[in-house]
Ligand binder design. Structure first.
Ligand code: COA
Length: 385
């Protein structure tokens, strides 16, 4: 297997982008990525998108996107794993270059979610749950995460305020990110006074509905050295795992088994432990999700995610910064783009280009992207060399 580097990243500002189409935002992110890389060589494209069909009436992105990128004969594949589609697209790009099949692969994540009614948004997001045994009976994603939040509060004594602290911290970081959809600071009170979505989760406990795209260009370390990018950012580990799609089938609904296993696999491949990681971008689709993810990754002890957050452990200048970008909560969550955008943030931090939200001496990063209520997960370990 060849060693892999990321030589380009491309983000756009996330938000409700009425004036732009799905193809516009994907092309914008791809062009930003090529500009950042200093090359327009692309041998192949992997596309992360969950549901162009339901959100936009547009499938066949493997023809549309190369076409509108001005390279209609370039091979492309689309990767779908619900909200983990973006991270899985980066993994596919990694494998394609590592295997020697291609030398330069663009991983392009995109989702345009705001052009449909709230009913269609909710229906589409609920397709990430078990269609027959969950969604058909009326439970949706906020409902599933609310069940986890209630159980976590009951078992570990996690408080309503501790959940809110996750959102407060991520909005504080997101306010420093020019690409954020909701770049404003909030207080615990803002969260507690926001509309109830699924008890105990309120509007500000939820990631928003977002239009967005992000891209990374992957090549071999050998090629990256020729281009001369400094510091060189490599992908040293990747781990993927699945879990039952239905929450009721899990041994313990308070354990993200896929996150735990994907984390162990990625760290093993990189030859690292969680203590070697300087910061992480994680999938805070709901405040309770971030709490359970940092527990599953072993960043904090089981049941301690809420307390650790309230104590500032995961703040930008804390012992283990989580979501310096603002996370899904403040930066936004355009499903297929999210996993790619997490990697863009990790690369910015490792290059020392993250501006006011720069983490000091960031050398090793972890990104964690998961599908639905945790039924699939992909984790990347990135290092500055
Ligand atoms: N954080 C902060 N502000 C938000 C927000 C959020 N998560 N979501 C919406 N807002 C703002 C909107 O901009 C709007 O402000 P305005 O009135 O000034 O324009 C207001 O709050 C109401 O927004 P609206 O779009 O009407 O909310 P909604 O009721 O349609 O949707 C949710 C709210 C929480 C149901 C929806 O955002 C949602 O389903 N989120 C979860 C997404 C999800 O599950 N993703 C996959 C996870 S893996």
């Amino acid at each position: 297997m060849r060693d892999i580097a990321i030589i380009g990243i491309g983000m756009i500002k996330f938000g409700e982008l009425w004036e732009k189409s799905l193809r516009d935002i994907a092309v914008e992110a791809a062009l930003n990525c090529m500009k950042d890389a200093g090359t327009d060589r692309i041998d192949s494209i992997t596309i992360g998108c969950m549901s162009g069909g339901l959100f936009n009436g547009q499938e066949h992105l493997t023809s549309l996107l190369p076409d509108y990128l001005g390279r209609h004969t370039t091979p492309a594949v689309r990767v779908e794993s619900a909200c983990a589609s973006g991270g899985m697209a980066v993994r596919s790009a990694f494998m394609e270059v590592a295997s020697g099949m291609s030398d330069y692969v663009l991983a392009l994540g995109v989702e345009k979610m705001t052009d449909v009614s709230e009913n269609i948004e909710t229906y589409t997001l609920a397709t990430t749950a078990d269609g027959d045994y969950e969604a058909f009976h009326g439970i949706n994603l906020p409902g599933l995460y609310a069940l986890m939040a209630k159980a976590h509060m009951e078992k570990y004594g996690t408080t309503r305020n501790q959940l809110a602290e996750v959102a407060v911290k991520n909005h504080r970081n997101g306010a420093l990110n020019p690409h954020s959809q909701f770049p404003m600071e909030i207080t615990v009170d803002t969260v507690l006074r926001s509309a109830l979505v699924a008890d105990p989760l309120r509007l500000f406990d939820c990631s928003p509905i977002t239009d967005g795209a992000a891209a990374v260009l992957i090549t071999t370390v050998e090629e990256a050295k020729k281009i001369g990018k400094q510091p060189l950012v490599i992908i040293s580990g990747i781990g993927v795992a699945s879990d039952t799609i239905a929450l009721c089938q899990r041994k313990d609904i308070l354990k993200f088994e896929a996150v735990e296993l994907a984390g162990q696999r990625a760290l093993k491949m990189a030859g690292k432990t969680i203590n070697d990681i300087n910061f992480a971008e994680v999938h805070d689709s709901y405040t309770i999700a971030e709490i359970m993810v940092i527990e599953a990754l072993g960043i904090v002890k089981e049941g301690q995610g809420g307390v650790a957050t309230a104590n500032g452990i995961t703040s930008l200048n804390g012992k283990f910064p989580i979501n310096p970008s603002g996370g899904l909560k403040s930066k936004g969550h355009p499903i297929g783009a999210t996993g790619v955008a997490q990697i863009c943030e990790a690369v910015l931090q490792l290059r020392g280009q993250a501006g006011k939200r720069q983490i000091k001496n960031a050398k090793t990063a972890l990104t964690q992207n998961m599908g639905g209520s945790g039924g699939s997960c992909v984790i990347h370990i990135l290092e500055a060399k």
